[in-house]
Design a protein around this ligand. Sequence first.
Ligand SMILES: NC(=O)c1ccc[n+]([C@@H]2O[C@H](COP(=O)([O-])OP(=O)(O)OC[C@H]3O[C@@H](n4cnc5c(N)ncnc54)[C@H](OP(=O)(O)O)[C@@H]3O)[C@@H](O)[C@H]2O)c1
Length: 254
Amino acid sequence: MKHIALITGASSGIGREFARQISAAYPSLDEIWVLARSVPRLQKLEEELQGRRLKILPLDLSRDTELKALEKTLKEEHPCIRILVNSAGCGKSGLIEEQHWIDAVRMLDVNCRALTAVTMICLPYLKKGSRIIQADSGSAFLPQPGFAVYAASKAYVLSFDQALGAELKNRGIPVTSVCPGPVDTEFFRNGGITLSPWKRLFLAKPEKVVKKALFDAEAGKDLSIYGCSVRLVRLAAKLLPRKLLLGIMRRIFM
Ligand SMILES: NC(=O)c1ccc[n+]([C@@H]2O[C@H](COP(=O)([O-])OP(=O)(O)OC[C@H]3O[C@@H](n4cnc5c(N)ncnc54)[C@H](OP(=O)(O)O)[C@@H]3O)[C@@H](O)[C@H]2O)c1
């Protein structure tokens, strides 16, 4: 049986960095399966990681037919998934009443629906010691006016991960939610988001976020937080009354 890592969102940003670092850090893996819509970008990654067997799965994870295609491929090949990374995601900012519902629902489709489906499809192929790593966000810790649907989608991921981690404890499979602040990837450009000077101040390198995430996943931690800004947000979300927090968020983000 071949041992693999399966990484969604591998064509760009954090997911691509996971592919690079997993390729370097886990030479015993037989294959790395990389999923995204952009085939040229996945091929470029394959060229970069020469010598490692990459399996390119060009899938739009917002479509059920393509999720079923993943399910079928796994059934046929029956690998052991040692590391599952769900990094596919997108975000669009703006006031709820000024956004189009299609953009909002697309975020939920990729950030929540696809992540849930891919995780569930992969579960039968994980074994004791396998790792699940989910790209979550510091936005998971509190509602965010001006980025409401995205933050709510990430709160879903955190809740899902924590319950899944509890369910998988007996199987010896830790689930790590990776919750960074802003990371220097194409995420903001893709979502048409202008980064505020405040957020720019805390912009992290994907290399560092991923290095910490892999370290934390190996240690079996349920949370991987890179950067002091997110730690502060999490602490504030725990200590301050919600009403006060939302008032502060309104002033910062609206
Ligand atoms: N960058 C940040 O500041 C930041 C902070 C916290 C959390 N995160 C989270 O980290 C994850 C990765 O973000 P990133 O910064 O690496 O963004 P990115 O550079 O825009 O990468 C997003 C990835 O998701 C894939 N993707 C998007 N829609 C898809 C779909 N329908 N089907 C399949 N793949 C799809 C994209 O591939 P294709 O376009 O080729 O399909 C791409 O590989 C996301 O979940 C994001 O919410 C990011």
